[in-house]
Structure formats: C-alpha cells, structure tokens
Design a protein around this ligand. Structure first.
Ligand code: C5P
Length: 224
C-alpha cells in the first residue's frame, strides 16, 4: 500500500530561543528539517509515494532548493498559524492508502518506528501512534503549585510521531472539526476513531527546548 508522509515544519519554535524557525535551525551542518526528511526515507520497507513538507511562506524556495536531491517526490507547501492548519494543508496534497504525519522536529526517528506504525496500519488499525511509557512520577497541581494528586503513570504513554492513518480516517478526523489539537490522533479520537499504540523510541524525541537542541547537536556530531 502506498504512503504519503506529511512533515509539518511551519512552527516558529519560540520555546527553542533561536532566531530561525525551528525546522531550519542548524544541526552540525544540516537543518533539522533536512535530517528529518532523510529519516522519513530511511526504511526500504515502506512504499513511499510522496513527502509533503509544510513550511512558513518565506521559506518555500529555500526548502525546495535544500531538498531537491531527494529520491522521493517532495511537495513543499505553505503552512498555517496552528499545527493543525499546517497538517490540514498537507492533507490536501497527500496521495496513497496511508498517510503518516511526522513532526519536522524529530530528526532522529529510527526506521523501525516508521515500520511499526505502517505494520499496524497494514494489520488493519485505522489510526496508529508510537508511544513510550512515562518514567517520571506524575502529579496533578493547581494554579498555586499545590499538589492535588499523584497520577497512575502505568496507564499513560508519551506519544510521538510518525502518527499513521488510513487516508480516509485522517480525512474524516479533519473534516469533523475545526478545533486545534497538539497531535493528529487527538482529532481522530474526537471523531470516534480507535487509535492503536505501538512502541515508540527515545531517539524519536522532539526538539523543543534549548536543552533538546544541545542534545540533538551532540547526537548529530556523533552520527555524521
Ligand atoms: O510546536 P511543536 O513542537 O509542537 O510543533 C510540532 C511540529 O509542528 C513542528 O515540526 C512544527 O514546525 C510544526 N508546526 C507547523 N505549523 C504550526 C506550528 C507547528 O507545521 N503552525
């Protein structure tokens, strides 16, 4: 079954504290986005139709130039104010039976994670997310930082991307609402679609904070 991958890369990345939109920050000589697009193509067990990269308006030409050597067809399009808007724009270009959505900010995601997600789609799940057990103790707090409750972490998972969908399920999820969500499976859940969790991987971490960026730069140096 052929697969499109939408890579939302249109965020400003203000939590990172760099002057460049997050996906365009340098990691040991290459942008986060270029490394992520490589990761998307790292498995030869996925029948990849196209990659739809969603970027800020002013960075479309630069992105096309940077990704022009890719083996897989790449569409570069303009994103929106919220992540959900950017994915919605990408969805209009997606082709194939399966659609994956993979954050541009997760450049070290192993091929095995993409394969686990697609494997679960092939097995019949309509929506699939990679997740990790939560290792820290979790507490619910109020606005005054008072602890209200310790939460049972054994039933929780930290959810990553790529998130995979049968194309009709993702279209159904996005057609059902104009709400925004921090991930695509959240919209699928609201549309009544069952979401299945496969094992994620610590290497699929999202670069969000300056500490994440330091870690990513150290990893990138080791990888090259
Ligand atoms: O902000 P956050 O780290 O959750 O963003 C996750 C991904 O969504 C990033 O790759 C970011 O570039 C992308 N995004 C987007 N359009 C937005 C906001 C975020 O494509 N308006």
């Amino acid at each position: 079954m052929s697969t499109s991958v939408i890579v939302p890369a249109a965020g400003s990345g203000t939590r990172l504290g760099e002057n460049t939109p997050k996906a365009f920050v340098d990691l040991a000589g290459r942008t986060i986005l270029a490394r992520t697009v490589d990761a998307v193509q790292s498995s030869d067990r996925i029948d990849l139709d196209r990659i739809v990269v969603v970027v800020p308006d002013e960075l479309t030409e630069r992105t096309r130039a940077e990704l022009s050597g890719s083996a897989c067809p790449i569409d570069v399009i303009v994103g929106g104010a919220e992540r959900t808007d950017s994915v919605r724009a990408g969805l209009a270009r997606a082709t194939g039976e399966y659609v994956l959505v993979h954050d541009a900010a997760r450049p070290f995601t192993p091929a095995a994670v993409f394969e686990r997600v697609v494997g679960a789609l092939r097995a019949g799940h309509r929506a699939v997310v990679p997740g990790l057990p939560v290792v820290d103790t979790l507490k619910r707090v109020d606005g005054d930082r008072r602890v209200l409750q310790t939460v049972d972490r054994s039933v929780l998972r930290a959810i990553q991307t790529p998130q995979g969908f049968h194309a009709d399920a993702l279209a159904q999820a996005y057609a059902a609402t104009d709400d925004v969500a921090t991930d695509d499976a959240g919209l699928a859940e609201r549309a009544g679609i069952d979401v299945h969790v496969v094992d994620g991987d610590p290497d699929a971490f999202k670069i969000t904070t300056p500490w994440d960026l330091r870690l990513a730069r150290a990893i990138a140096k080791g990888w090259d």
